[in-house]
Write a protein that binds this ligand. Structure first.
Ligand code: HSE
Length: 289
């Protein structure tokens, strides 16, 4: 049996819509072994692959889709797997749960064959399935990543920042959150986002408290998406009052991310607040048992 973990990710970082993402120390831990048929435990809707309704559920499972796509792309038999998942990543909350399943399925291809994952190839396959690279890139490489198609850059964010995820008890579907965004933007808004993203990444890397507030200035998605997260305005106001320097929608929500230069103590009804750290490794083999 092979055990490996895949991190949660927080995409966009406000001003980096669809191109920035950061890996966090919340994990999907997978245990896989060869079997005579597919069985998936611990997934939303466990699947055994025994009869036709189970095989329909299997086809919808993102881990399975990614594993199958990898077998088809790289060649090799679709070896049936027994997969057990223990997940700390809530579904449809803006913490990269889909990407963590996709990268899990791709890495299963490598690990079941005793191979070291080809990260560039994994990124290519994962981006094709996910549609945008901002979650899958840090999921594979760890740290803070900027992506443009198959190009990416990885940054070491200062570990002096305190990071908090605020996870509401309701979902926001990415498909819905993408519908509310405008398809055309003003030139000055584009310029504002580009300059804020460049300086904001530098501020994250160098623990520059004087510039980190630029992450708050997104003009592309947050102004439209915040209406989908009823707790956004009160939580932001309180987090900034307590000393947070940036307060963002994580991915497409509903989770929010607070970035601070000092410890914060936040308590909001119906919201789980967790202090998190940046995962620097990305998806990682843990053990052969
Ligand atoms: N960049 C994506 C979005 C992340 O904000 O829609 C969610 O998958």
């Amino acid at each position: 049996m092979i055990r490996y973990r895949v991190p949660a990710t927080s995409a966009n970082l406000g001003i980096g819509f669809d191109c920035l993402g950061m890996a966090l120390n919340l994990y999907n831990v997978f245990e896989i072994e060869e079997s005579d048929r597919f069985s998936m435990e611990g997934f939303f809707g466990s699947v055994s692959g025994k009869n036709s309704s189970d095989s329909r559920a299997l086809e919808k499972n993102l881990f399975y889709q990614a594993y199958k796509e990898t077998c088809e792309t790289l060649g090799g038999a679709l070896t049936p797997l027994s997969v057990k998942l223990k997940s700390e990543i809530p579904m449809s909350r803006g913490l990269g749960s889909s990407s963590a399943l996709i990268v899990g399925g791709i890495y299963a291809y490598y690990f079941i064959r005793g191979l070291a994952p080809d990260k560039a190839k994994a990124l290519e396959i994962a981006t094709k399935i996910e549609g945008h690279p901002d979650n899958v890139t840090p999921c594979i490489f760890g740290g803070l990543c900027a992506s443009h198609g198959s190009f990416y850059s990885r940054f070491e964010v200062s570990d002096e920042w305190k990071l908090y995820v605020l996870i509401p008890n309701y979902e926001v579907r990415t498909s819905e959150a993408r519908k509310v965004i405008r398809q055309e933007i003003a030139l000055h808004d584009a310029v504002s986002n580009i300059s804020s993203a460049l300086i904001g990444v530098d501020a994250l890397v160098h623990f520059d408290v004087s510039k980190i507030g630029l992450l708050n200035g997104d003009t592309l998605h947050e102004p439209y998406r915040k209406q989908l997260i009823k707790d956004y305005e009160p939580c932001k106001e309180e987090a900034l009052r307590l000393g947070a320097k940036a307060f963002l929608i994580s991915g497409s929500g509903s989770t929010m991310l607070a970035i601070s230069d000092k410890e914060l103590s936040m308590d909001f009804p119906g919201i789980v607040v967790k202090e998190v750290r940046i995962d620097q490794e990305g998806a990682t083999w843990l053990a052969n048992c």
